[in-house]
Design a protein around this ligand. Sequence first.
Ligand code: DP6
Length: 357
Amino acid sequence: MNPASNANPAVLIRANPSLALVKYWGKCRFGRNRPASTSLALSLAGLTTRTELRLLPPGAAADQMTLGGQIQPDERFAAFFDQARRLYRHQRRYQAISSNDFPSAAGLASSSSGFAALALGCAALAGQAAGADFPATGDCLAADGLSARQLTQASALARLGSASAARAVYGGWTWLPAGAAAAIPLQAAGFWPDFRVLVVVASRSAKADSSRGAMNRTRASSPYYPAWLRDAVAVSREARLALYRRDLERLGQLARLSYSRMHASALAADPPLLYWLPASLVAIQCCAELRTAGIGAWETMDAGPQVKILCEQKDIAAIRAALSVALPAAGLIEASPATGPTLAAWPSEWVEGFGQP
Ligand code: DP6
């Protein structure tokens, strides 16, 4: 990158969280945050991270990261920004101002959209500074602004921040193989346009245990961790086939197996990791009753108490009606397959007012 070519390049990125139907839980022993289990995921339109990213003037001492108005700890971002400088060959520091329109660090995969937005921002800034043909105004699909190679690089960079973020660089359905550096886009959002995810917000509080610490504790102390990893291989393969057939029932069964086994391995850690709240169990029970009544409602859970219900658009009203009786106080967020992150270059005159909406 030639920083002199554009004194204060800045970009605005919007990205969506990546919900795993088949879970990543555990890291390879070596390989800088590579996942130990294969995950199959969908990027969710309806939940959005918005990130402004700029290069600070030469000589700035440190990177600056703000999320929801709060300055973030350096150590969570240092490896990521250092790698971005190595990858895009410059010494400048970054400033990022990020916000989510959904609860952060509450098991809604905010780190996936957060690091995906940062990585795409770094890639876009590198392209902009190098004089690439980059749109001056308006949003555009990342896929239109960056080449497949640049997206793979951004996915690998995002992985350093959060392995699930490697998937959130893409819209639609994604695949992150065990041991891989970057995610692979499997199908675009339009492949299954009626697919829906209804998020039951059982709690808006930030979780006590980060996914990172929790999965490391599971690996280090759960006697069920090796069994989790072993079984995950077949589950991921079959889930991918079920996705290609758009077979909600089979995909739902496999998603349920994946999260149940992931949580079983975590619950057996020392000390145990228990993410479920009473409201989570009510939502799980509600899904079971809906299925008995012939409605395709398949739940999954991540490292938090929220329950995400996999379903089709035609059943959304019935599922909402059942939840309004079972859990009248719970918030609901409806999500659909996301097209993919968007990026917009900022006109240079806006740069001085960086931080404006
Ligand atoms: C349960 O990607 O947040 O949501 O790589 O340590 O940052 P780090 O973990 P993270 O873990 C996500 C775990 C999960 C399952 C998934 O998204 O695949």
